[in-house]
Design a protein around this ligand. Structure first.
Ligand code: FE
Length: 190
């Protein structure tokens, strides 16, 4: 606990107090965290990805200046003051890490997964990306180039995954539900 950030300690203290006073239940807290981490956060990114799959002009803008696109959407969550989106193609696979700590684009991806902060992921995705991706379920042919992007306090990265094979005839809403958080970190396929 001693190395926890003051904000985290304050949040914990506040949560305990509210639960003690009967104003909040721990189930509700868990539910909110779950919703934020699994749906609301990543859904922002998913909206961008699905739209980029369907609208070439939008995709162009997103790849050229994601910061401006995201500013227009006005997402909550922050940490996207400088956002760069990198595109997966049949030749190039991108993955994102923060080698120093856990920099992550909260505004588009929500809460970072636990493994994102794991020293093993942070080191190995750089030193042996192909092995790590295979372990996480993304097997890539040897001729596919892997690019690993190191997020920092200055620049946060998000992956534009390749569209699903059956994209034909799918609506924006349908496609949004197909985009996972992990696919936008680059450790999963859609
Ligand atoms: Fe960091």
């Amino acid at each position: 606990m001693s190395d926890a950030k003051p904000q985290a300690l304050r949040a914990e203290a506040l949560e305990s107090l509210l639960i003690e006073k009967g104003l909040l239940t721990s189930e509700l807290v868990d539910e909110v965290v779950h919703r934020y981490s699994e749906r609301v956060g990543p859904m922002n990114g998913a909206r961008l990805v699905a739209r980029a799959w369907l609208e070439p002009e939008f995709k162009k803008s997103l790849l050229e200046d994601a910061t401006a696109v995201v500013a227009d959407y006005n997402f909550e969550g922050g940490e996207v003051q400088k956002l760069v989106v990198v595109e997966n193609t049949p030749e190039i696979h991108n993955a994102v890490v923060c080698t120093l700590c856990s920099c992550y684009p909260w505004g588009v991806l929500g809460l970072p997964p636990k493994w994102y902060k794991d020293p093993a992921y942070r080191a190995r995705i750089v030193s042996e990306p192909r092995e790590v991706l295979t372990e996480m379920g993304v097997e890539l042919d040897d001729d596919i180039e892997i690019r690993v992007w190191d997020s920092s306090a200055e620049v946060r990265y998000m992956v534009l995954p390749m569209p699903p094979q059956d994209i034909e005839g799918k609506s924006l809403k349908e496609l949004e539900t197909r985009v996972t958080r992990d696919s936008m970190i680059g450790v999963q396929r859609v």
